[in-house]
Design a protein around this ligand. Structure first.
Ligand code: ADP
Ligand code: MG
Length: 329
């Protein structure tokens, strides 16, 4: 491992960042003051920004490549929730004094891999030193046909509520990293930690929801909290049958060992799945879209008159959870 301290800002940009911008001419090789982005006719630009702080969102000894990927993927998940196709991103690196060149090399190698996976290119950014913890911020731009971006506010009353993938793995993965779920088999623990470290944004599927979904949101704060945001913006109530919420085998095993983990699963964060509503008559189209993307999509409930989120047990009785999702303050 190269223990050398950082080279100059300009060397860092030339060595590790300029190669990531090669696919986009408007980035001008990161040699200009700003990027130039030609408008795409017939499309709206969708922009989103996320930040990760060392000690809050990642730990100093987490693998840097997966930190880079997570930083990019959380923004890609927002684009997916808007129905947008990834296009470009901007990156702010505020690097702590103890950052080594090897960290930057590994961090940017993670970004390089994900640029290929998700077809997105670096277009610019800023690089600074900080006396505080390393702080990373990424702005992602996507494209969606004009006027067609999905919204949290579009759910009707009587729509079906769906979720992609499985819920709870991210929050359980974090619990494992913090010493929880001790009785769980090693493979299950590894699965959960992997899901926490490397979310899989539902990029292509989100694009496909344009014209199908009435409202959408990505699950970052927790299923209950995020469904609450969607319900509030849409002016409706959402009812979820807790037993229908799709769980991975690892999450099932964790829950089997400790029923109290249901709150972590339903209210914990970091799933980065898509939660959306649609007219129930579109079920076949939604399932065939899911099939094309190799994705599981589960109907977990319905919307109706009223406000808030109601969780029901298999007998139809309301369940209350201790907490409603992760909040920073
Ligand atoms: P200025 O001082 O005018 O802001 P900089 O020296 O900060 O210019 O940046 C020079 C070029 O390098 C710009 O094109 C900028 O977008 C790019 N750049 C700097 N840091 C990063 C980064 N972390 N990621 C991507 N591009 C970067
Ligand atoms: Mg600068």
């Amino acid at each position: 491992m190269n223990r050398r301290r950082l080279p100059s800002e300009f060397e860092l940009i030339a060595r590790y960042l300029a190669p990531l911008a090669e696919g986009f001419e408007g980035a001008r090789g990161l040699g200009d003051d700003a990027a130039v982005i030609p408008p795409a006719s017939g499309f709206d630009s969708v922009a989103t920004v996320d930040a990760l702080v060392e000690g809050v969102h990642f730990l100093g000894d987490d693998p840097p490549a997966s930190i880079g990927k997570k930083l990019l993927r959380v923004s890609l998940s927002d684009l997916a929730a808007m129905g947008a196709r990834p296009h470009l991103y901007f990156l702010t690196l505020a690097l702590s004094e103890k950052t080594e060149e090897a960290w930057v090399a590994d961090f940017t190698s993670g970004l390089a891999e994900d640029q290929k996976t998700y077809d997105i290119t670096l277009a610019g950014g800023d690089t600074v030193a900080t006396s505080g913890p390393t702080t990373l911020s990424l702005t992602a731009l996507g494209q969606v046909p004009s006027g067609k971006a999905l919204a949290r506010s579009g759910a009707g009353k009587g729509d079906a509520v769906y979720v992609t993938g499985t819920i709870g793995d991210g929050a359980l993965g974090l619990a494992v990293l913090n010493g929880g779920c001790a009785g769980l088999a090693e493979a299950a623990r590894a699965h959960l930690v992997g899901r926490y470290r490397l979310p899989e944004p539902r990029t292509g599927f989100g694009e496909g929801l344009v014209g199908l979904a009435s409202a959408a949101i990505d699950v970052s704060d927790g299923l209950v909290a995020d469904l609450g945001h969607l319900a509030e913006q849409s002016g409706c109530r959402a009812t979820v049958e807790a037993a229908r919420v799709p769980l991975s085998e690892a999450a099932e095993a964790a829950l089997g060992g400790d029923r109290d983990l249901l709150a972590t699963i339903l209210a914990g964060g970091d799933d980065y799945e898509l939660l959306f509503t649609a007219d129930a008559a579109k079920e076949t189209q939604i399932q065939s879209l899911a099939g094309r993307h190799g994705l599981r999509v589960t109907r977990i409930g319905d919307t109706g008159k009223g406000a808030g989120v109601q969780l029901l047990d298999p007998q139809g009785a309301p369940i209350s959870l201790g907490r409603q999702g992760y909040r920073h303050f």
